[in-house]
Structures are given as structure tokens and as C-alpha cells.
Ligand binder design. Structure first.
Ligand code: FMN
Length: 190
């Protein structure tokens, strides 16, 4: 069986992003026999806005090619996102758009996907969470039905500590990663 490999995409470019810290925590909790990689937010920031005119042989920008190449290696995806004005940040939507093409065979196509959202507000960026699930599902990803984690009240919950230091949240994150790996392994053995 080929090893499960989770690519983690983060919707915040902020240096001190809580969502990036949650993504790092998720990657560090990949179960034995699997691997996980947080895609560089600096690299994600370099990806041009999706444009069909440049999504043709010879014209795809290097940063978009690099994202697609890394995504091809993944057997599953974890999206970790804050909420901007009631939905997902543009940087994450842009990544989903690039990975949704070629239509029907983009790098997310038929691969398991889960979403974690986090925000200082009480609802844990739930709108962004729901919109991320919707967009990546339409992009072809197999969004895990019962796997949802929206972490609210991040300022009260974490203060200046890293989310990995919160045992309850770490356990929740670990469970999401384990479900993704399980789904990935099931697909390979099917
Ligand atoms: C442009 C912008 C829009 C925002 N809109 C929302 C929002 O709609 N809902 C929400 O819960 N938080 C919103 N926030 C607050 C973010 O949740 C907060 O900045 C969060 O810490 C960002 O996540 P990060 O720490 O991973 O960067 C917004 C922040 C910015 C900069």
C-alpha cells in the first residue's frame, strides 16, 4: 500500500497566524506510517490569481506549477483556515481553483479532504469552514462527511501559547488527521 501523505494548505499568510500553528500541529500529529506537509505560506502567496488564459501549456506560472506538483504527491488534503468577511480568504480559494483544473482531473480530484477552521470569534470561522468544504468538494475533493473541527475563541483558549500545548485541541486535531489518513488508506486498498 502506498503511504498516506497529507498536504496541509493554510488560509492565512500572517507570520503569527493561529491557523498556521494549528496546521503545524496537525502535521506533527500525522499517525505512524503516514506523512504530512504544511505547504509554505510564502509559496502560496506567490501563486497568481487563477486565470484560464494562463492555465495552458507553457504559460502556467512557476508558483502554480509548484503547488500542483506538491498536490499531486498528496493522497489527502487538510485545509486550515480563518474567516475573512464571512468566507474563506482569497489565498485559499485561489489554491483550490488552481487544484480544481484540469477539470475532472485536478490534483484534489477524488482525494479525501478535511477542513479545520479557527478564529477568535465564538463560531470558530464556521462560515469559512462551510465554504471551504463546499468549494473543495465542487473542485472534486472527497470531503469527509462527519469530520469537522471549528475552533472558536482562540484568544481566550490559547493566549500566547501554541495550540499544540492545549491537550484538548491537540486531541481534536489529531483525530481529524487520523480520519484523513484512514480515508486515504481505504481508498488505496479499495
Ligand atoms: C480582512 C479580515 C476579515 C475578517 N473577517 C472575519 C470574519 O468574517 N469572521 C471572523 O470570525 N473573523 C474575521 N476576521 C478576524 C480573523 O478571524 C482573525 O484575524 C484571525 O486571527 C485570523 O487568523 P490567523 O490568526 O490564522 O491569521 C477577519 C480578519 C481580517 C484581517
Amino acid at each position: 500500500m502506498s503511504q498516506a501523505h497529507v498536504l496541509v494548505l493554510v488560509g492565512s499568510l500572517r507570520a503569527d497566524s493561529v491557523n498556521k500553528q494549528i496546521a503545524d500541529t496537525a502535521a506533527s500529529l500525522a499517525p505512524e506510517g503516514s506523512t504530512a506537509l504544511v505547504y509554505s505560506t510564502a509559496a502560496l502567496a506567490e501563486v497568481a490569481f487563477y486565470n484560464e488564459d494562463i492555465d495552458v501549456d507553457g504559460k502556467v506560472p512557476a508558483a502554480a506549477l509548484a503547488l500542483r506538483a506538491e498536490a499531486e504527491k498528496a493522497t489527502a488534503f487538510l485545509l486550515v483556515t480563518p474567516e475573512y468577511n464571512g468566507t474563506i480568504p482569497a489565498v485559499l480559494k485561489n489554491a483550490i481553483d488552481w487544484l480544481s483544473r484540469p477539470y475532472g482531473s485536478g490534483a484534489v480530484s477524488s482525494k479525501p479532504v478535511a477542513v479545520i477552521s479557527a478564529s477568535p470569534s465564538g463560531n470558530g470561522a464556521k462560515w469559512a469552514h462551510d465554504d471551504a468544504r463546499k468549494a473543495v468538494g465542487i473542485a472534486g475533493g472527497k470531503v469527509l462527511k462527519d469530520v469537522e473541527l471549528a475552533i472558536g475563541g482562540t484568544i481566550d483558549k490559547f493566549g500566547t501559547a501554541h495550540p499544540s500545548e492545549n491537550s484538548e485541541v491537540s486531541a481534536q486535531i489529531s483525530s481529524v488527521v487520523a480520519e484523513l489518513v484512514k480515508a486515504s488508506n481505504e481508498l488505496v486498498s479499495a
